[in-house]
Design a protein. Structure first.
Length: 207
């Protein structure tokens, strides 16, 4: 027992000197890490992430009108083909074409705006796209609601009021945009925002 007791005492004596310098070293490392963290946080406070809606540029009245003209030509081309088929086949096939034409007028803008394009072909050609008022992509359901409001305003003959509102508002929002919560913007301005955001994040991570 005495021999074992002496061995334990020797081990404790050997371990004690090694344990003494550990505490101040850990404290110094902690203080140093805290100092670096505070310094980095202070520097990072200067890197404000930009707001998407501060960068986007709203599409003007005339370019939206030109996009509408292109889309109208696309719809007219579809109607021409439909009526050509109607003239050739006639009969019961004609009723089917009328239904298809009506659906195309509503679902062409819905399917294109609600897709990954986020724009009709007319808007896409001119570098425009539709987003929500808080800067997100337009869902197919929202695109359908948007086109339904446009279709109803055309049937009621009040679409001209929609056009006038877009002409006088600074953000160029139409009545159907305000009802549904959408905006038409230049795609390039959104790309610029994402480029700026990536550069900000890269600078932030390199601190």
């Amino acid at each position: 027992m005495t021999h074992e007791h002496n061995i334990i005492e020797k081990q404790e004596l050997t371990l004690k000197p090694l344990a003494i310098p550990k505490k101040p070293v850990v404290r110094e490392a902690t203080r140093g890490a805290q100092g670096v963290t505070n310094s980095v946080n202070k520097d990072k406070s200067n890197y404000k992430i930009p707001s998407k809606m501060e960068y986007v540029q709203h599409a003007g009245f005339w370019i939206r009108g030109l996009a509408l003209l292109i889309d109208t030509l696309i719809v007219m081309a579809f109607l021409f083909i439909s009526y050509l088929l109607l003239a050739l086949f006639g009969g019961g096939f004609g009723f089917f074409l009328y239904i298809t034409t009506g659906l195309f007028i509503i679902f062409y803008p819905t399917m294109t705006t609600g897709s990954s394009m986020q724009a009709t072909f007319g808007k896409k050609i001119l570098g425009l796209r539709v987003i929500t008022t808080d800067g997100y992509n337009v869902s197919p359901a929202k695109a359908f609601c948007r086109q339904s409001v446009i279709f109803l305003s055309s049937l009621l003959g009040v679409y001209i009021i929609d056009v006038i509102v877009a002409a006088v508002r600074p953000d160029k929002m139409t009545i159907h945009d305000m009802i549904v919560g959408t905006k038409v913007i230049y795609t390039s301005s959104l790309d610029e925002y994402y480029d700026r955001l990536r550069s900000k994040q890269k600078a932030y991570q390199n601190l």
